[in-house]
Design a protein around this ligand. Sequence first.
Ligand code: NDP
Length: 401
Amino acid sequence: MRKALSRVLIIGAGAAGRVVAKKCLKNPEIFTDIHVASRTFKRCEQLKEECNHKITIHELDADHVKDTVELIQKIQPKLVINMALPYQDLPIMDACLETHTHYMDTANYEPKNEAKFCYQWQWDYHDRFKDQGIMALLGSGFDPGVTNTFIKYASQELFDTIEHVDIIDCNDGDHGHPFATNFNPEINIREITQNGKYAENGKWKEIPAMSISKIINFPEVGPKKAYLLYHEELESLIKHFPSIKKIRFWMTFSDNYIQHLQVLQNIGMTSIQPVNFKGHQIVPLEFLKEVLPNPAEISTNYTGKTSIGCIITGLINGERKTKLIYNVCHHQDCHEEVQAQAVSYTTGVPAMIGAKMILNNQWKGHGVFNLEEFDARPFMKELNEQGLPWKVIDLDGPLDN
Ligand code: NDP
């Protein structure tokens, strides 16, 4: 098969991967040939049916580099879009290196046996990608992804210098389940049960998980309690914008969510240490994932909206100003368009846009890159056109300490 300019291989037919496939189909001038490979073939078949049989599907366990290499060699895509889990980032990057194929994902690498995420593992691939003349675009979801682009856009169009950033993420939706996560439960619970972290004056400050919270006035939603978490874009933004003196990430969780999570933690169900169960080693969190609602299947009666943005304080002509760039996304609109809830949608749409930037050469380079290393303007234009419109408003000042 010849390497067609518009052929992509999406790995992962889960909640967000399904949105990517469907949004790629809506942009046929760029994505003329869409392949989806995932571990459970049934999920690929379901997706193919939902896509009116306009995609080609494959069964693949991307933990095995050799299998991924063979599939890439067979399909010859220009780009691999990794929508599987963070555990697969490095094996898929290895397969892309071996086949000289561009790579993209939405979440940074995390080893399975340790709840720790960090860009360094993937940044360490920079020289190898450069030597092969290919690119890897890391973290092209909403946060990370759009949030990185918001900061880049602010540096290009709004501020002379950026000093403070607070990334604020609110899901003000109701899915009707007693407890459900909006993306992969295992990854979600690993993320929020680890220590929080933020950067201030060149130093990282670590806090116990969920120990700092604050009421934040979310645009088009109103005041909500949000918790300070560590999130991966803090690491790349602080690297690429050295003028930033303080950067934090805040996310809302309902009291009901926190209560369920506390009980699950207290009884050991969020642990990633294997336990012996009837002669088998099982990981409690992996088991928990199997009994929780699938984030790809909770959109039908989901009401409400997400409101995610960046509060940015910096200098404009010597004066200190604060602005908020944000997007609001309605769960029901996403369900009507692509049968997904807003968290999958806000992840999948920027993934499709990132792929588009690479395929139409608006973003190019050899090596491993985060989104803020490229011109934000074409990406921001696409957000408005592809279902994630954004606004900029002036605020009186930054969030309090
Ligand atoms: P899901 O669990 O719904 O989907 C993951 C899919 O990947 C599943 O179909 C799963 O297959 C497949 N998969 C898992 N392991 C393998 C493997 N070894 N080989 C092939 N396929 C595999 O997760 P989400 O769609 O919610 O999340 C996908 C990614 O998006 C995650 O990395 C997540 O962290 C990221 N994300 C990023 C966000 C952002 O804003 N940047 C926000 C939300 C999510 P199976 O069906 O067999 O389980």
